[in-house]
Each structure stands twice: as C-alpha cells, then as structure tokens.
Design a protein around this ligand. Structure first.
Ligand code: ADP
Ligand code: MG
Length: 140
C-alpha cells in the first residue's frame, strides 16, 4: 500500500469536475483517505512549489494556485503514486494520452486540473503539507 497527494486545482473546481476526477481515482482502485476544500495563501502556494522557484513560470503558477478553492486529498492503494500520475496524463495537455484527466479537461500546461506527487519523498512531504498537524498550510 502506498499513499500519495493529489490536488484538484482551481480550474478543476471552477469546471465542476471535482466528482469526475475523484471518480476516476476510485474506479482505478484508489481509496480517498483524506479530503478537504481549502484556499492557498501565496506563502503556502510558494512553499508547496518550492522546487520550482527558479522556473520562469513560478509567479504565474502560484497566482493560479491561489485563484480559487482547491481540493487536496490523500489517495491510498497499490502503486498509488504511479497510478495517479498515469490517470493525470502529461503536464502539458497537448502531450497527454487519450483518456487522461489532463487530455480530457485541461486548458493549458499551467491550468492542468490536477496535481499528483511524483515520488515517495514528495508524497510524504506533500501529504503532511496539507494534512499534517504541524504545518501552517494544513488549514482547519
Ligand atoms: P506535474 O504537475 O506534471 O508534476 P511539474 O512538476 O513539472 O508538472 O510542474 C508543476 C506545475 O507547474 C504543473 O502541473 C503546471 O501547473 C505548472 N507548469 C509546469 N510547467 C509549466 C510551464 N512551462 N508554464 C506554465 N506552468 C507550468
Ligand atoms: Mg510535479
């Protein structure tokens, strides 16, 4: 069993596909073990995407991620990290495989509906970031 963090980004919430995205995870055998709706402060968005802080899109990305409510969740299952990444599709929807969430719903490489942790280390950091007891970004 493995745990990973997914986030339905502000564009996914605005497009009314929270249920659709979660349904795809559940149909793939993943279990939702934590879930909430929250809004990121700029500081929390910057902290979450810290690894990208030198990238030219960092400011735009953090602005996008703070533009509305998001739905972070912890998903559990065999090979959960890879399963979620496969269901999401490539970062750029133009490159995403048929039938993936990003191919079906994303508007751009930035507004791409969904996040998924990319490795066990990032999954541990990211699940704690939203659902740990001691981070300022866990909300209520
Ligand atoms: P992924 O979400 O597929 O793991 P990355 O970790 O590379 O992708 O990037 C994190 C997020 O930053 C992406 O999901 C997307 O929202 C945004 N992003 C990535 N590359 C670009 C880019 N070239 N221009 C604008 N936004 C980008
Ligand atoms: Mg990534």
């Amino acid at each position: 069993m493995e745990r990973t963090l997914s986030i339905i980004k502000p564009d996914g919430v605005k497009k009314n596909i929270v249920g659709e995205v979660i349904s795809r995870f559940e149909k793939a055998g993943l279990k939702v073990v934590a879930l909430k709706m929250t809004e990121l402060s700029t500081a929390c968005a910057e902290g979450f995407y810290e690894v990208h802080k030198e990238r030219p899109f960092f400011g735009s990305l953090t602005e996008f991620m703070t533009s509305g409510p998001i739905v972070p969740m912890i998903l559990e299952g065999d090979d959960a990290i890879k399963k979620v990444r496969d269901l999401m599709g490539a970062t750029n929807p133009a490159d995403a495989a048929e039938g993936t969430i990003r191919k079906d719903f994303a508007d751009s490489i930035e507004a791409n509906i969904v996040h998924g942790s990319d490795a066990p280390e990032t999954a541990a950091f990211e699940t704690a970031y939203f659902f740990g007891k001691e981070t300022e970004c866990a909300g209520s």
